[in-house]
Ligand binder design. Sequence first.
Ligand SMILES: [Mg+2]
Length: 325
Amino acid sequence: MSVLSEFELIERYFRHHGQSRRDVQLAQGDDCAVVKTTPGTEIAVTTDTMVAGVHFDDKVPARALGHKLVAVNLSDLAAMGAEPAWLSLAITLPKADHTWLSEFSAGMHELAGYYHCQLIGGDTTRGPLTLTLTAQGLLPEGQTLVRHGAKPGDWIFVSGTLGDAAAALAAQRDDLEISSAGQKKLEERLFYPTPRVSLGQALRGMATSCIDVSDGLAADLQHILKRSEVGGRLFLTQLPYSDTLNTLSLEQKRHYALHGGDDYELCFTIPEEMRGSLETALTHSGVDITCIGQIDRQPGLRFFDGDNEVTASGLGYQHFGMATL
Ligand SMILES: [Mg+2]
């Protein structure tokens, strides 16, 4: 028996542990992984990188890093309506810390396994901690959810609640005062986001546009407006908050919901005539959605508090040192 190198050992953590997909012809062990495609199916591909010291610090548990790396990629697949299928991991590590590796890989395998998604290959190198994952998902031909299809009159929806992850970061930096129980709940959302995979697939054929909220609702919704060449009104009083966020001031929770990011909820547009079908389709999905605005022709995103239009300064951006937004 040959002696395994340190990095051969590491690669063992990233062999697929669960049930293998039938469409995987070859996974680890050859120069490439090989997967089988079926006629009428398109493949959505996305990559995300997380760099230590840039995207996360040492407060983040290794298990959460593994979960989040998979979650952010699956969230991009969800935004396109794709069904997750295959993952490839490129991991750069300063050293082989086996406790860290077993926690990190467990976090990855748990979430990937839940969505029947197989890790089919990757690369391991030595260097500053950097995690890169490519996810590929399946789409029925011609049914991709895109950013450019929103039309005047469409309703703007968002899933789940907004702002928790950003509030967790603020609490960690002592920019937000909250009970330790409250901070823990917020950190759950920051460390273990839920990609809205089944919602994305349910929206195929219904939503005229869709995006996942990774950079903050206001910024991400504006991507839809720009790509669709439309404008939109956002109803501030309709923004959905968690119970924990509801303990904050109105100004604070609006700020985190609009500009926080890391929510990994889906923001999408639905034509009036599809609203009934949308409610029926989501009855059993277990995901709450909220109508938060409407698309119109006037360029840009405008904020309304009841009937009154609110300017950016009225939203208190400066108060949070965000005047550059
Ligand atoms: Mg995205």
